[in-house]
Design a protein around this ligand. Structure first.
Ligand SMILES: NC(=O)c1ccc[n+]([C@@H]2O[C@H](COP(=O)([O-])OP(=O)(O)OC[C@H]3O[C@@H](n4cnc5c(N)ncnc54)[C@H](O)[C@@H]3O)[C@@H](O)[C@H]2O)c1
Length: 336
């Protein structure tokens, strides 16, 4: 593997590949050379670059992980595909229609494999719930509700580029992919209402929250809530709720506020993460890491990826429609 983007999530990619028995990271690139160099030293990666074109030409990697900010995936993905590298692209696939098309064209033209890291499909709770839909226990999905919010700190402190992205790209892409997967259908019409001001007041010029109604082609309806303004005292980084109702049954998830583990100190109460990303005897564990490991496994075995680049493309196109709806305050038909 080679990695482009030596930031927070790029380091996680490196840990997973280095822990995989049949995979190594041969090179890392960051436009900030010092970051590439530091990650190479920390994770025992032989080569580092500040120019991804040079890395693709020289490193001899089979596949590339693209872990640059949300708006900076397309140029790297197209260049990697043109160098005949398989691609694991971080979510969202891309944030403009032109970028989505450019990536699909490059993947098809070069006949490379591409997966997007929409990892909620690997979440144990969501995956088991999905099995109940697949095996017919819930009947035909009728309606659903999904909340996927972050505490404010993610927008104000964690991501230097939050103002150049949106909670819809950062978490809404996971929500929309999950809902498309449960309904096994495409969104045809959206209506979204957004609010802003809290994050702007904190110096981050981005929307606070979107409340969206989605209509699916075969009649399913879903409500989707994505916000970046959950109070920082929330015991988890995320606030995740999900309900799906079919004509034979219903399933509900409360993934963030489970009662499996609570930690109390004199300062605060927290719910340590034992589901999304953690470490057991030094090995990276959790579903956010399973998806990345799964990419390597599928490249080795030739198996299909559980989430395709076309899933991710349609998710990005539907998010653009949601943004248009929130701006125009009108329902918008999604044109793929
Ligand atoms: N799967 C998940 O749930 C998950 C979780 C966290 C982040 N992510 C995604 O991972 C991506 C990176 O997020 P992050 O938190 O690591 O961001 P980050 O800011 O910590 O790191 C991004 C790095 O990319 C580098 N970079 C930017 N443009 C570049 C270019 N053209 N060439 C080389 N390097 C470049 C920056 O210098 C920076 O070091 C985002 O798309 C984010 O949404 C996914």
């Amino acid at each position: 593997m080679a990695i482009v983007g030596a930031g927070i999530w790029g380091e996680n990619h490196a840990k997973i590949y280095q822990a995989h028995p049949f995979c190594d990271v041969v090179a890392v690139c960051d436009q900030n050379k010092a970051k590439a160099q530091a990650l190479a030293a920390k994770m025992n990666i032989p080569e580092h670059y500040d120019d991804y074109g040079e890395m693709f030409a020289k490193s001899g990697c089979d596949a590339v992980a693209i872990v640059t900010p949300d708006f900076a995936h397309a140029a790297v993905a197209v260049a990697a595909a043109n160098n005949k590298k398989h691609l694991l692209i971080e979510k969202p696939l891309a944030t403009t229609r032109d970028d989505v098309r450019a990536i699909l064209d490059a993947v098809e033209k070069n006949n490379v494999r591409a997966m997007v890291d929409l990892h909620n499909r690997w979440s144990p709770a969501f995956n088991v719930a999905h099995q109940s839909v697949e095996n017919g226990e819930l009947g035909t999905p009728y309606n659903a509700y999904m909340r996927l919010n972050d505490v404010k700190w993610v927008a104000t402190d964690m991501l230097p580029w939050a103002a150049q992205s949106s909670i819809l790209w950062f978490l809404g892409s996971h929500s929309l992919d999950t809902l498309r997967w449960f309904f096994n259908d495409e969104v045809v019409r959206v209506y979204s209402v957004s609010r802003e001001g809290i994050l702007k007041g904190l110096g981050v010029d981005t929307v606070d929250t979107y409340l969206t109604t989605l209509e699916f082609k075969n009649g399913g309806v879903a409500h989707m809530e994505n916000g970046w303004i959950t109070p920082n005292a929330n015991p988890c980084l995320n606030d995740i709720k999900f309900t799906i109702l079919g004509d034979k049954g219903m399933i509900s998830l409360d993934v963030s506020n489970h009662n499996m583990i609570q930690k109390y100190t004199d300062e605060k109460v927290t719910v340590p993460d034992v589901v999304v990303q953690h470490s057991i005897f030094g090995y990276p564990k959790g579903f956010a890491f399973e998806s990345i490991r799964g990419f390597v496994d599928c490249i080795l075995s030739g198996a299909e990826f559980p989430v395709s680049v076309y899933d991710a493309a349609n998710t990005s196109i539907a998010i653009l429609a949601i943004m248009e709806s929130a701006k125009t305050r009108m329902p918008v038909e999604v044109v793929y």
